[in-house]
Design a protein around this ligand. Structure first.
Ligand code: KIV
Ligand code: ZN
Length: 524
């Protein structure tokens, strides 16, 4: 079996650039609160991510605030802010990053014929001039400047060489090659990086980087192809979160490099045992569930579950027969029956620490109260139950609209009815509604307390663990104009979990209304 066959010293290092908080957060419905972004950034830092792209500071006050707070808190990773090729964007990014220990400005412009002609309405020389002025301006603020030719994979090679050469001449230290629309194939992407390194003068003085989108399901393969072609930075996101089909998944590139050292003689500084925690955290704060059979089965729920008799037999005799990675390598603990209703505060706190949660006193007391309540209702309380409960509590802590009480009348007789009490800014309000099923009735009652025009785009129910007394894990996505938000809720009562998820999405919608991000300022 091919695991680490060479010492890292003989391998070349690949820089991991995480853009979960920028490209990932731009994914419709994945917006995160400031507190959530800080939690993710702190975990990425602890995990050994080299560069954290924390946001797009000019896009909104919320993005600016997130980048500057992350810049103040993160101690080890380089903190990066995105900027278009304009003076105002670059100055705003520099301002947001001013307190970072180590900062990077990432500036970009579309270079393909489609982007030049239709989006920018600039000719080749005008785009070239913008490259020169933007990289030069960014270098006034930091000597760590990354430059990207957006839609590089559909840009004429001669022109791409010309603009990359200009960016290097003006002081860019990382040249990132985006496959913005996820169009490339692995060989093609490897050859593109190779071509640039061979043809562009002084290419050996910079780091080439990959930034691959997953529209054809090739983002990870293309990123690894790019590394084989000479790139030494991969841009990626936790769970592959990102625009449209998403970006290359960090956990997949890291484990591919770690597991296949025989054909990929590279290493990263990522502590892979934190991958599971990062995946769960990002899934919880973005409310994007991780698919059960996630590609290369690293962090998905079924990753190390073997159903078929032949597989089980092999794994029992020698796990390597069907597992190329050990669960503990990526931080998966075997599911354990954790505690029951007799467990005390001390044991509960120890369990939270083991699960990676660090709660303040008030949040701890509330989580403990909910744990006791859960243990009364549920026969077996697993690690996953506690994680879902705490994540649910953390999500609700900053919300101004909260579910207080819910009564639902459901069944074959009809009409189905819901009576909902919400706490809105400290005031309790109760409304009832009938609907086409209990969920419809409940959502109508919520809408009559907090009127809004948003439409329900997704309603998804999952179970946190097995057995019929498992907690329900519900995701609700709401869309209002160009704003899309997702909320999540967990409870042993599916209707309560649904109401919490709806209310959580509503809270995000209210926050998003206040901090609107113009559509034109999105970058893929
Ligand atoms: O996909 C893309 O082209 C981007 C750039 C801003 C790097 O995200
Ligand atoms: Zn992108």
């Amino acid at each position: 079996m091919s695991t680490e066959t060479q010492a890292p010293a003989e391998k070349q290092r690949v820089v991991i650039f995480d853009t979960t908080l920028r490209d990932g957060e731009q994914s419709p419905g994945a917006s995160m609160t400031l507190e959530e972004k800080l939690q993710v950034a702190e975990l990425l830092d602890e995990m050994g991510v080299d560069v954290i792209e924390a946001g797009f500071p000019i896009a909104s006050n919320g993005d600016f605030e997130a980048v500057s707070e992350i810049a103040k808190r993160v101690k080890r990773s380089v903190v990066c802010g995105l900027a278009r090729a304009s003076g105002a964007d670059i100055d705003r990014a520099a301002e947001a990053l001013q307190h970072a220990e180590r900062r990077r400005i990432h500036t970009f412009i579309g270079t393909s014929p489609l982007h030049r002609e239709f989006q920018l309405q600039l000719d080749k020389d005008q785009v070239y001039e913008r490259v020169v002025s933007s990289v030069t301006r960014a270098r006034n603020f930091t000597d760590d400047v990354e430059w990207s030719p957006m839609d590089a994979t559909r840009t004429e090679h001669d022109y791409l060489c010309r603009v990359v050469e200009a960016a290097i001449k003006c002081g860019a230290t990382t040249i990132n090659i985006p496959d913005t629309v996820g169009y490339a194939t692995p060989d093609e992407f490897r050859d593109l990086i190779k071509m640039l390194i061979e043809r562009v003068p002084n290419a050996d003085t910079v780091i080439f980087s990959t930034h691959c989108h997953d529209d054809l399901g090739l983002a990870v393969a293309n990123s690894l192809g790019g590394v084989l072609g000479g790139a030494r930075q991969i841009e990626c996101t936790i769970n592959g979160l990102g625009e449209r089909a998403g970006n290359a998944a960090l956990e997949e590139v890291v484990m591919a490099i770690k597991t296949r050292g025989d054909v990929l003689p590279y290493y990263t500084d990522i502590d892979a045992t934190l991958l599971m925690r990062a995946s769960k955290l990002v899934s919880a704060v973005s409310a994007f569930p991780v698919q059960y059979n996630k590609a290369i089965a690293i962090v998905g729920k079924n990753a190390f579950a073997h159903e078929s008799g032949i597989h089980q037999d092999g794994v029992l005799k020698n796990a390597q027969t069907y597992e190329i990675m050990r669960p503990e390598d990526v931080g998966v603990r075997s599911t354990s029956l954790v505690m029951g209703k007799h467990s005390g505060r001390h044991a509960f706190r120890e369990k939270l620490v083991a699960l990676g949660f660090d709660l303040g006193d008030n949040a701890f007391e509330e989580a403990f109260r909910r744990f006791k309540d859960l243990a009364d209702r549920k026969k077996h309380v697993f690690d996953e139950d506690i994680a879902a409960l705490v994540e649910d509590e953390m999500a609700q802590a900053s919300e101004t609209i909260r579910l207080v009480a819910l009564t639902v009348i459901a069944g074959t007789g009809g009409p189905q009815k819901a009576i909902v009490t919400l706490d809105v800014d400290g005031v309790h309000q109760t409304k009832e509604a009938v609907g086409d099923g209990p969920v419809d009735a409940m959502f109508k009652a919520i809408r009559s307390i907090v009127p809004h025009e948003a439409t329900l785009q997704l309603y998804q129910v999952g179970a946190v663990t097995e057995e019929s007394d498992a907690q329900a894990d519900v995701s609700v996505r709401l869309g209002e104009g160009d704003k899309i938000v997702t909320g999540r809720g967990a409870d042993t009562d599916t209707m309560v979990a649904s109401a919490k998820a709806y209310v959580s999405a509503l809270n995000k919608l209210v926050t998003r209304r206040a901090k609107s991000k113009p559509e034109a300022l999105r970058a893929s």
